[in-house]
Design a protein around this ligand. Structure first.
Ligand code: GNR
Ligand code: NI
Length: 171
């Protein structure tokens, strides 16, 4: 397994649309394992392949408190979504230290392939529902800050560019 580098907003590669995985083979299983290690090391509840500059439809998630409920979603589709919407504070490993409110479907039914290549369906609510929608947006090249006002997004962009400079200088 290896730790992968997470792209930081406003990296233009975060806006790449991912293509479906053609076959769940050894290469994809290796990617899944590396993404898991990267997600757990970063203390994230989810990670989309887009964030590690791989533009294929692969997501790993673990929204449990115990950090032992890994979910692997390959070629995920939302097959049903509640009319009810919830607003909740979100963050993103690609936009460190930024948190803001986003409106999402309260419940979604998802169909995806697992690490074994087998299709499965599940219903998500609460944090899992938020996370699936947030990760599927990444696969479409969308970062949560794009739901915020242009003013907030510009401020975030400036803050991220400054942070990247400071991180390079080591201060
Ligand atoms: O770790 C994460 N936490 C989080 C909290 C609220 C809403 C969404 C998320 S996803 C985020 C990890 C991440 O950036 N996944 O793309
Ligand atoms: Ni994210």
């Amino acid at each position: 397994m290896s730790l992968l580098t997470i792209l930081r907003y406003p990296d233009p590669r975060l806006h790449t649309v991912a293509r479906p995985v053609a076959a769940v083979d050894e290469r994809i299983r290796q990617l899944v394992d590396d993404m898991c290690q990267t997600m757990y090391e970063a203390d994230g509840v989810g990670l989309a392949a887009t964030q590690v500059d791989v533009h294929e439809c692969v997501i790993v998630m673990d929204t449990s408190d115990s950090r032992d409920q890994l979910q692997v979603l390959i070629n995920p589709e939302i097959i049903a979504a509640s009319a009810e919407m919830h607003v909740a504070e979100e963050g993103c490993l690609s936009v460190p230290l930024v948190y803001d409110k986003v409106e999402r479907h309260a419940r979604v039914t998802v169909r995806a392939l697992g690490r074994d290549g087998q299709p499965h369906e599940f219903e998500a609510e609460g944090l899992a529902a938020i996370c699936v929608q947030h990760e599927m947006d990444h696969l479409l090249g969308k970062v949560f800050v794009e739901y915020l006002s242009a003013l907030k997004r510009d401020r975030i962009r400036t803050k991220m560019l400054k942070k990247a400079r400071d991180d390079l200088r080591g201060d």
